[in-house]
Design a protein around this ligand. Structure first.
Ligand SMILES: [Fe+2]
Ligand SMILES: [Fe+2]
Length: 312
């Protein structure tokens, strides 16, 4: 296992990240092969799923909900990788003539994200095959990518770093030791975890570089844009929850009453907000970068806004 693939403080250098990237690099065929998902098992670990807390679903329906949630979870990674890749290509192009290793590490990072987009596309097809119908999923990734890429690059990189640290946390805290979980799901997120560890380190280095070149007004703009991006992510999560309910009704053959719909929506949204927002912005390695590049006033502003969003 590469040393960067743990929660311990990584060695933040471009050379080490590239070296680790080459060590763990995998092919999609090695992960997926001709494997299938097992519908008799859960597909998403308990700490990332809203299923367990829902009283209006029986055990089989809860398991089916984890299948739907995992389909949406995998889709969202492919979704955000649509803006991560061009943002990192742009950072590679910004590397100076003498920063050869940084250029190599960043272009390799971007190439890995392209591979992940392709893997998650194949995962979506395998999910549809296993459950027997095409899941309704967010599909406006190109449109969202162009909006995200129009924002302050410091904000975009902070959002990317939060995402890449939570992929680390989710695998270690959820997938890794969940023995009853579907084995193909575990293999997919293990592979993703291995390559993402290097990305998180590179994000840190790029954030220091980008914020180091900003004046105070640009830093304020970055913080405002970051908050706007987090609100946009929350809007995507809410839209996917609506689709999850529709998918669950089709998968279970049930019609949900207004109060059942509300109970399911609330629990699934809570799990998605933890997965895609809270577990990233509270990750200790993300916070380490964030506090290095922001003032106490900016940190307080972000904390207040996120607290209000997550408790709404
Ligand atoms: Fe990725
Ligand atoms: Fe990544």
């Amino acid at each position: 296992m590469a040393s960067g693939s743990t929660l311990e403080k990584p060695t933040y250098t471009y050379a080490k990240s590239l070296e680790n990237a080459y060590k763990v690099n995998w092919r999609i065929e090695e992960v997926l092969g001709d494997r299938q998902f097992d519908t008799a098992r859960d597909w998403l670990p308990a700490n990332l799923s809203g299923a367990a807390a829902i009283s209006c679903l029986n055990e089989e329906e809860k398991r089916k909900l984890t299948h739907i949630e995992m389909g949406a979870y995998a889709n969202l990674f492919g979704f955000v990788e649509e803006f991560i890749t061009p943002a990192i290509v742009d950072r590679a192009q910004s590397a100076g003539q003498d920063e050869v290793v940084a250029f190599e590490a960043l272009t390799n990072f971007a190439a890995e994200e392209i591979k992940h987009i392709e893997m998650f596309k194949r995962v979506r097809a395998l999910v549809d095959e296993a459950i027997g119908f095409p899941l309704a999923l967010l599909d406006n990734e190109r449109e969202v990518a162009s909006v995200v890429l129009s924002k302050n690059i410091g904000a975009v990189l902070l959002l990317i770093e939060a995402i890449e640290w939570f992929t680390q946390l989710h695998y270690l805290s959820g997938f890794k030791d969940a023995d009853a979980l579907d084995p193909l799901t575990k293999a997919i997120f293990k592979a993703h975890w291995q390559e993402e560890a290097q990305h998180a380190n590179l994000d840190h280095l790029e954030i220091l570089k980008v914020f180091g070149a900003m004046d105070a007004a640009e830093k304020d703009e970055a913080i405002d844009d970051l908050l706007g991006l987090v609100v946009a992510v929350d809007g995507l999560l809410q839209a996917q929850v609506g689709m999850d309910i529709q998918n669950l009704a089709q998968y279970t053959g049930r019609t949900f009453s207004e109060s059942e719909t509300e109970e399911i929506s609330k629990s699934v949204l809570k799990a998605k907000r933890y997965a895609f927002i809270e577990s990233g912005v509270t990750h200790k390695n993300f916070l380490e970068t964030f506090t290095q590049v922001t003032t106490p006033a900016q940190q307080e502003k972000v904390q207040t806004a996120l607290g209000a969003l997550l408790s709404s």
